[in-house]
Design a protein around this ligand. Structure first.
Ligand SMILES: Cc1cc2nc3c(=O)[nH]c(=O)nc-3n(C[C@H](O)[C@H](O)[C@H](O)COP(=O)(O)OP(=O)(O)OC[C@H]3O[C@@H](n4cnc5c(N)ncnc54)[C@H](O)[C@@H]3O)c2cc1C
Length: 253
């Protein structure tokens, strides 16, 4: 990420943004987007980057929706050509700069920690999935071969969703008391993305061959497969856990 090439150039009353950003979730229909832009080309990689909010209807913005496997335009690719973003000391409320100029890396790390550690996957999502899974299990459990081990897997999903809820309460309490999110967000991210795939696979196994025509679970299963990729891939999160939390030596790259 630090090798990004999109740029921000000072102009009268603000900045001009130029560049391109792909896989921007929901930006096919959103009003605003954020992005990182290199604002000082002479600074070292992680420095000289600024975090901007910009209006997707500004002149110079092109939003090109990307259709997913299911045909929905969940993402877009954004192209920016001399897009003006205000940043006038006389009117700070209108400024599109989040945090400080040239300090965007720090803001981005905070965004990422919140995304992985708290805000992206609410426990309610998993509690609701668990309720549906338990209903499905009650209806279908006797028809599933013992080798599928569904009793244990449903129990695991139930325990995992409750544990995730309690862990989220703990994180929120910590933040309310003035604490901060840190590297432990990576553990959280690996947990919720793996939980989701396991629960969705269990639901498919509970339906046998009918699963192929049961839209609600098929959609959930397909989306769960992207969990280990977005918000930073799980391989990278495991590197973070190993090196920065556990202090293990770096592996070969
Ligand atoms: C559903 C979804 C929503 C998304 N939404 C957004 C969004 O809103 N905004 C946005 O900017 N992006 C978004 N993305 C993009 C996402 O952030 C990237 O796809 C993700 O960070 C991985 O980057 P990459 O695709 O460039 O893969 P790469 O970095 O090229 O990685 C490819 C593979 O190599 C592995 N790998 C790479 N480096 C290492 C390493 N050092 N050690 C071990 N393994 C490594 C990765 O784990 C991965 O398996 C979204 C993606 C998905 C799937």
């Amino acid at each position: 990420l630090a090798s990004l090439r999109s740029t921000a150039t000072r102009t009268e009353g603000g900045w001009l943004l130029n560049g391109q950003k792909t896989w921007s979730s929901r930006s096919s229909f959103a009003d605003w987007a954020f992005g990182l832009f290199r604002s000082d080309r002479d600074a070292q990689r992680h420095k000289g980057i600024t975090y901007f909010m910009f209006d997707l209807r500004s002149p110079g913005v092109t939003v090109r929706p990307i259709a997913q496997l299911d045909g929905e335009p969940g993402f877009a690719e954004l192209f920016l050509e001399n897009v003006f973003v205000p940043d006038d000391p006389a009117n700070p409320a209108e400024s599109g700069v989040i945090g400080e100029v040239n300090n965007g890396w720090r803001v981005a790390m905070s965004t990422a920690a919140n995304e992985r550690g708290l805000s992206l996957r609410a426990p309610g999502r998993f509690l609701a999935t668990t309720d549906r899974l338990v209903d499905l299990w009650k209806r279908n459990r006797t028809e599933v071969p013992a080798a599928a081990d569904v009793d244990r897997r449903v129990a695991d999903a139930w325990i995992g969703s409750r544990a995730y809820e309690l862990s989220t309460y703990q994180t929120v309490s910590r933040l309310a008391a003035g604490g901060q999110l840190g590297m432990e967000s990576s553990i959280n991210k690996v947990f919720w993305s793996q939980w989701d795939i396991a629960a969705q696979e269990t639901a498919l196994d509970l339906q046998g061959t009918d699963a192929e025509i049961a839209d609600e679970w098929t959609d959930g299963y397909l989306f769960s497969l992207s969990g280990p990729i977005y918000a930073g891939t799980n391989e990278i999160q495991r590197n973070v856990i190993a090196e920065r939390l556990l202090g293990l030596p770096r592996g070969d790259r």
